[in-house]
Design a protein around this ligand. Structure first.
Ligand code: PMT
Length: 221
């Protein structure tokens, strides 16, 4: 480890995109690779924290001294987060959670209907994990969200910071191809209540993760 500044702290991180099944072979998902969340988990582990990583991409890399919890759906991720959050000091939600999933999951593969050129699907809301966490959060606990936006980055992210009662939101412009989903680099803006926003340069997700560690050290003071 580089240092032990976070020794004794327990940190819960989520990573990857959830996947909501339509039938045994099809699903609704997104382009999240799980790299951002993994980099965060590794950075906190390097600074001496005890890290649990809830991820949809458990095979991305071999991790040392990180407890790995594989999940697939938003519901499974919520169950795992709510189970572990009470025992953790910090929660960082880097996962891209589906906001909607199919109302029903077919038991068998859905067949093409020769009589019809279209197919309508009814989607229903998945649980909002950070919203549920906000209800059980203790004053001593730190919660951090990401906001993936393609427009009005700061305004939309600030709204999520307030609605989800977060200590920090990491605003991520996902309209650019070099940063955000499924890239090695990222650029984010840190937004905290009553603080000046701060935009990072474009840099590796590992460096972004180190900057998040610094934000947490500041929040813990
Ligand atoms: O995995 P990578 O390929 O490395 O890409 C990283 C990333 C782009 C996925 C990551 O940096 C990122 O921006 N993650 C958040 C993606 C997202 O779902 O953002 P959102 O604006 O839809 O959600 C806001 C926050 O609420 C997020 O912290 C999200 O985890 C959380 N959320 C969202 C929906 C939901 N039902 N429950 C939640 O808790």
């Amino acid at each position: 480890p580089q240092d032990q500044v976070l020794k004794g702290k327990k940190v819960l991180v989520t990573a990857g995109g959830t996947s909501e099944a339509l039938d045994p072979v099809r699903s609704i998902t997104n382009a999240s690779s799980g790299k951002m969340g993994l980099a965060i988990a590794q950075a906190f582990q390097q600074h001496g924290a005890q890290v649990t990583l809830i991820t949809t991409k458990p095979n991305l890399a071999s991790v040392h001294d990180i407890e790995l919890i594989p999940v697939t759906t938003a519901q499974q991720m919520q169950t795992a987060v709510l189970q572990h959050f009470p025992h953790n000091n910090v929660l960082i939600m880097a996962a891209a959670v589906a906001d909607f999933g199919p109302q029903v999951t077919a038991t068998n593969k859905i067949k093409k209907n020769p009589q019809s050129d279209s197919w309508s699907l009814t989607l229903t809301k998945t649980p909002d994990i950070l919203q549920a966490v906000a209800k059980i959060k203790q004053k001593s606990q730190i919660t951090i969200g990401f906001a993936a936006e393609t427009q009005n980055l700061i305004a939309n992210a600030t709204q999520k910071l307030t609605a989800k009662k977060l200590d920090l939101i990491v605003a991520n412009d996902v309209s650019q191809s070099q940063i955000g989903f499924n890239t090695d680099d990222n650029q984010v803006t840190f937004i905290r209540p009553q603080q000046k926003n701060w935009q990072t340069p474009v840099t590796s997700k590992q460096n972004i993760a180190q900057l998040i560690v610094r934000q947490v050290l500041d929040l813990l003071q």
